[in-house]
Design a protein around this ligand. Structure first.
Ligand code: NAD
Ligand code: MG
Length: 383
């Protein structure tokens, strides 16, 4: 029976993970979320033996959990502590660079890290992979594209990969012009055509910044050069990604879009077990592929640029995007301002080579300060 630690348990990935955990009869050791909420209380009641961790306790945190009987820990250190207890599979479904320290702690402890929190690899790629290599842990992707590639590489020699192709849905604004994008609202941007996810990743899907992060994530996970990582827009989200080998063979992983599949596989790998997932019906499927429109959606090019620059540049990219997305959701900037804020911040914050989580978080903090200033100085930059 697997011991699980579920970080970001009240979110989209977290709740689906707990559904999988129940079905697989896992022991859930710990459940962590940012703040106390009725949803967290409900999880505490459902998992009475799990330690409940609240990263950012507000006054009255204990009240929300009163009467549940679960052990309660508070503070970001407690999230890191539960991730860093050995013998567990840690599913990291935290959103943002706030998930980095827990990822490193899990790998330092030799745990299996089932990683949804791509920001860990975007911001701290070299630090995370070094922790995997020195701690003896396993780093298994949950992100659907990366899980697809992981599955396609089972039994293959990584040296025989010519390139990988990440599929992108294109988001809700695929096909729109920049003019049309000047007036889109947060509500429209939050309407993702194929996946139901948290707010930040949904906005990142609309700007293609999510795919930028996934390119950097793939670079670190699979040790590939950026020239061997391509992106194709595939609006149906049925082909989850592809691998092209040196002999010209191209393999792809297909399925209905359902995150419970990659979540479960990251937990059970190398085994497969049955899941109540809608079967893929091949007849009548109309699968289309088109190149990404990088002029309209410059976020993707920014990702390659920051990835190739290396060092703390991707951490700056992510932190600036976190600030810009929050400002867009609050109505302080327009949709096209998101990549503009990120580009400006990348220009202004100097890059260094990080050796530790603290180095990454220092670059992250500097980028947030700069991005906030860019937002404040240029309200509605493109409107
Ligand atoms: P979400 O907003 O639905 O949930 C985020 C969770 O993280 C919540 O439980 C929240 O309480 C918790 N959290 C936030 N800050 C925290 C902190 N400082 N400490 C501890 N917990 C904290 O987000 P989501 O859509 O579930 O995405 C989570 C991660 O998974 C992101 O990195 C996202 O890019 C990635 N991901 C999500 C999907 C998806 O289908 N939702 C797919 C691929 C990758
Ligand atoms: Mg993805």
């Amino acid at each position: 029976m697997t011991d699980l630690v579920v970080l970001g348990a009240t979110g989209s990935i977290g709740t689906q993970t707990l559904e999988v955990a129940k079905r697989l009869d896992c022991t859930v050791r710990a459940i962590a979320a940012r703040s106390p909420s009725p949803a967290l209380r409900a999880l505490a009641a459902e998992w009475p033996d799990a330690v409940i961790v609240v990263a950012e306790p507000a006054a009255g945190s204990e009240d929300v959990l009163a009467g549940t009987g679960n052990e309660l820990l508070v503070g970001p250190e407690a999230v890191v502590a539960v991730a860093g207890e050995g013998g567990a599979v840690v599913v990291n479904g935290i959103v943002g660079s706030a998930g980095l320290a827990a990822s490193v702690a899990a790998l330092d402890a030799g745990n299996r890290l089932a990683l949804a929190n791509k920001e860990s690899l975007v911001a701290g790629g070299s630090v995370v992979t070094a922790a995997r290599d020195s701690g003896g842990g396993e780093l298994i992707p949950v992100d659907s594209e990366h899980s697809a590639i992981w599955q396609l590489l089972v039994g293959e020699d990584p040296a025989t990969i010519r390139r990988i192709v990440l599929t992108a849905s294109g988001g809700p604004f695929r096909g729109l012009t920049r003019d049309a994008l000047t007036v889109v609202t947060p509500e429209e941007a939050l309407e993702h055509p194929t996946w139901s996810m948290g707010r930040r990743i949904t906005i990142d899907s609309a700007t293609l910044m999510n795919k930028a992060f996934e390119v950097i994530e793939a670079h670190h996970l699979f040790g590939l050069d950026y020239s061997a990582i391509d992106v194709v827009v595939h609006p149906q989200s049925v082909v989850h990604s592809l691998v092209e080998f040196v002999d010209g063979a191209v393999t792809a992983e297909l399925g209905v879009p359902d995150m419970r599949v990659p979540i479960q596989y990251a937990i059970t790998y190398p085994e497969r077990v049955s899941a109540p997932v809608e079967p893929l019906s091949l007849t009548g499927l109309d699968l289309t592929f088109e190149p990404p429109d990088v002029d309209t959606f410059p976020g993707l090019a920014l990702g390659y640029e920051a990835g190739r620059a290396g060092g703390t540049a991707p951490a700056v990219l992510n932190a600036a995007d976190e600030v810009a997305v929050a400002a867009f959701l609050d109505g302080r900037i327009g949709f096209l301002d998101i990549p503009a804020v990120v580009a400006r911040t990348l220009e202004e914050v100097p890059h260094t080579v990080p050796g530790t989580v603290a180095d990454v978080l220092a670059a992250d903090a500097a980028a947030r300060d700069t991005a906030r200033n860019v937002v404040a100085a240029h309200p509605r930059m493109r409107r």
